[in-house]
Design a protein around this ligand. Structure first.
Ligand code: PLP
Ligand code: COI
Length: 339
């Protein structure tokens, strides 16, 4: 295996092991690690026809002492179960989820990028409805699988300012599935994302689906802005994905940087209040937003080339905690036992 750790993008790399468990007749089997990276499922599977599936995304981080950290994986488990509930899928018990994640990381430990490379191991838990079915009803069986791969930055350049464009499309409906991490939301984002890329933007900004006046999401990441009054502001809405990174940053903004954390409305016609802005998420980490195109208007935040001081400080605080260099708030870091 030769991997150029420092030049990884965000793309699929086959690692040797993945975990796979099945649910049937009301319970999960114990599951096992397997080398097969294909799923063999019935043609009537609800995941294929009706989008009855949900997933998660989290990362493993190599520490300076060679150990491996997970960042708040219990929150991913809780969110997966909320997504499962929304789509009438069975719960994956938290201990089972955490054990599966740890097994997969341990089995693929040589693929966890070295400390200092900037790269991480991206972990993808996936829950899908399978088995014989054709009517619109919950599947008779489910597969829970966890696989992983080493990744670099999601948006090109990582901590490099990048531009986004406001989309005319919605990724989710007001009382739909926007807060659940379900494939349908991402399917709905493919055309808007394509159109944004065609116009040389990193991704699109989705507005609230009810009034189209407020910022909701930045592609596959949440939005944040820093005001001149030292507030860290993120949108509050029932149709955005409750980002674990965002909630962590709200905490760090207050307790480590002394900013005022605010979850509230982010009106598109009030962007002048922000001196800095960014996108945050597991894959995105923190990506500074240099500008937002909205129709004919192009709004520039801090700079088109430089990263603002608060964005930089938040990035160092967050990644310092994730890689084990800065002590974390209680319960945020889970060690992966390696023997
Ligand atoms: N918003 C969307 C639509 C996402 O897909 C993600 C990624 O998971 C996020 C926000 C960020 O969430 P988190 O910080 O939990 O990864
Ligand atoms: C994540 O940040 O984990 C995501 O899910 C983003 C993505 C869909 C690639």
């Amino acid at each position: 295996m030769t991997i150029d750790w420092s030049n990884l993008g965000f793309s699929y790399i086959k690692t040797p092991w993945r975990f796979l468990a099945t649910w049937k007749d009301g319970s999960w089997n114990e599951g096992e690690l397997t080398e097969d990276n294909y799923l063999h499922i019935h043609e009537g599977s609800t995941a294929l026809h009706y989008g009855q599936q949900c997933f998660e995304g989290l990362k493993a981080y190599r520490r300076k002492d060679g150990g491996i950290n997970l960042f708040r994986p219990d929150e991913n488990s809780k969110r997966m179960n909320r997504s499962a509930y929304r789509l009438r899928m069975p719960e994956v018990p938290e201990a089972f989820f955490l054990d599966a994640v740890k097994q997969v990381v341990k089995a693929n430990q040589e693929y966890v990028p070295p400390y200092g490379s900037g790269a991480t191991l991206y972990i993808r838990p996936l829950l899908i409805g399978v088995g014989e079915n054709i009517g619109v009803s919950p599947a008779p069986e489910y597969i829970f699988t966890v696989f992983c791969m080493p990744v670099g930055p999601y948006f090109k350049g990582g901590l490099t300012p990048t531009n986004f464009i406001v989309s005319d499309y919605d990724r989710a409906a007001p009382n739909g599935t926007g807060a659940a991490k379900v494939g349908g939301n991402y399917a709905a984002s493919l055309l808007p994302g394509y159109e944004a890329h065609q116009r040389k933007f990193s991704d699109c900004i989705y507005l609230d689906p009810e009034t189209h006046t407020k910022i909701e999401e930045v592609g596959s990441a949440n939005f944040f802005g820093i005001t001149a009054a030292n507030e860290f502001v993120t949108p509050k809405s029932p149709s955005i994905l409750p980002s674990i990174t965002k909630y962590s940053l709200l905490h760090l903004a207050q307790h480590s940087l002394g900013l005022t954390p605010v979850e509230g409305d982010v009106y598109l016609n009030e962007l002048d209040r922000f001196v800095e802005a960014g996108a945050c998420g597991t894959a995105a980490v923190i990506s500074p937003i240099s500008g937002i195109q909205n129709g004919e208007d192009f709004h520039v935040f801090y700079s088109e080339t430089e990263v603002g001081p608060q964005t930089k400080a938040l990035y160092h605080e967050l990644t310092g905690i994730q890689f084990g260099d800065i002590s974390a708030p209680t319960g945020w870091i889970f060690d992966v036992p390696l023997d």
